[in-house]
Design a protein around this ligand. Structure first.
Ligand code: FMN
Length: 225
């Protein structure tokens, strides 16, 4: 499965079976994480075989079960870091999907377990991403018409429409999809986060930009600020 195929296969999965992630898959994820951390200054960490983050206190009776592996998405504060968390987190989510692993981004319903990860001075945990073998592959979220999500100053080429289609398949907090793309020229695209009371729109923006780039092809366009 390619990353592009993984975009279509991926759905949030909240219930997992009792099957550890194989050592070679853990190693492949660790390698990708190390590369991303070095390149970006983020401090992403993979925690395996740790059931407490999703089993304690008020979340015990929540919608998650069997979560024992997760990515701690730590790094500096700020909107730039939030977008990077979304962008690079989604690369890891899709990579995991190509290995047969399901996932779910989790903003709130987890407990931080001391000793399972480390923070540098100034780091915060933005959120976590549950990983593992799901009880089901999950279901496709409802799709809204693509036209609601973009504006085009010139006739939209195929690569742009492919990018929008992939962006619409991306996970966003509470499926809020608070983003908007503009084709500003033949080869320039602007992506904007819209307002949401729920927050997380910068992380969502990073996620949808990753999907857009993958499907549109980086060689076809440039991001406009
Ligand atoms: C930034 C972010 C935070 C999220 N937080 C939670 C969460 O706290 N609990 C949860 O059950 N799902 C959470 N989700 C998953 C979304 O609800 C899910 O991605 C969305 O409903 C779309 O469904 P899909 O991922 O199956 O396409 C989060 C997703 C994102 C991107």
């Amino acid at each position: 499965m390619t990353l592009l195929e993984a975009i279509k296969e991926r759905h949030s999965v909240r219930k997992y079976i009792d099957k550890p992630i194989e050592a070679e898959k853990v190693a492949a994820l660790q390698e990708a994480i190390a590369r991303i951390n070095e390149q970006t200054g983020l401090n992403i960490q993979l925690v395996v075989e740790e059931p407490r983050a999703f089993a304690s206190g008020m979340w015990k009776y929540g919608q998650f079960s069997g979560v024992r592996n997760y990515l701690v998405m730590a790094g500096p504060k700020g909107t730039g870091a939030e977008e990077a968390v979304g962008y690079w987190g989604e690369e890891l989510v899709l990579k995991a999907q190509t290995m047969g692993l399901s996932s779910c981004w989790v903003g709130l319903t987890y407990t931080k377990i001391p000793g399972t990860f480390t923070l540098r001075k100034g780091d915060v945990v933005h959120l976590v991403i549950a990983l593992g073998y799901g009880t089901t592959p999950g279901v496709q979220h409802p799709l809204r018409p693509a036209e609601q999500f973009y504006e085009a100053k010139v006739a939209p080429p195929d690569w742009f429409l492919r990018g929008i289609e992939a962006a619409l398949l991306a996970p966003t907090a509470i499926n809020q999809q608070k983003f908007h793309f503009t084709l500003t020229g033949e080869r320039t695209v602007r992506a904007k986060a819209l307002f949401s009371m729920a927050g997380y729109t910068r992380i969502d923006l990073g996620i949808v930009k990753y999907h857009f780039e993958l499907a549109a092809g980086k060689e076809n366009f440039e991001w406009e600020k």
